[in-house]
Write a protein that binds this ligand. Structure first.
Ligand SMILES: CC(C)(COP(=O)(O)OP(=O)(O)OC[C@H]1O[C@@H](n2cnc3c(N)ncnc32)[C@H](O)[C@@H]1OP(=O)(O)O)[C@@H](O)C(=O)NCCC(=O)NCCS
Length: 131
């Protein structure tokens, strides 16, 4: 059974293994916990029986006009079970009064985000791997 929570109480680095699949320099579980703590909003999906976090979404916001969703990920073994959709739904609920909600994504995930009424837009990024 998957449980959803916005609390980080009791979450430790060892609950956070297996994320950032395919990243060149994936954050360690320690850094993962720090970025969760540093986010304005976070929602976790937890497999209570397995005792691990299996999905998460974060958001940063100015609390007035704009919010940004930097990270959404579901562990590979848990994908395609509705968890990503529920994480997004819960996060968008929390950002309900913020008119601008932005995120960056690869083209293959565009149809997933279109389900939430989001539309493609042009963006600019700087990444650590650029040197
Ligand atoms: C994208 C991601 C979060 C989706 O999570 P998920 O738990 O597998 O998605 P869900 O099971 O909730 O999918 C909900 C619906 O969206 C569809 N969907 C899921 N991923 C999709 C994709 N990449 N493209 C189009 N549709 C997708 C599902 O088929 C499902 O449709 P249905 O309701 O008709 O069956 C997950 O695949 C993931 O973590 N990917 C790797 C990290 C990533 O790409 N994150 C986004 C970075 S911006």
């Amino acid at each position: 059974m998957i449980e959803y929570t916005d609390s980080l109480a009791g979450i430790e680095p060892h609950h956070l293994h297996g994320f950032f699949v395919g990243w060149w320099q994936p954050p360690t579980p320690d850094k993962h916990l720090r970025l969760l703590r540093g986010s304005d909003h976070v929602v976790l999906a937890i497999d209570a029986e397995a005792g691990r976090v299996v999905g998460f979404v974060t958001a940063l916001t100015d609390g007035v006009q704009s919010a940004f969703i930097p990270l959404l990920e579901v562990l590979p073994d848990y994908q395609r079970r509705g968890i990503g959709q529920e994480l997004m739904r819960l996060m968008l609920d929390r950002l309900d009064t913020t008119p601008n909600v932005d995120l960056m994504c690869d083209p293959d995930v565009v149809p997933f985000y279109e389900r939430f009424g989001m539309i493609p837009a042009t963006g600019m990024v700087r990444r650590g791997w650029m040197g």
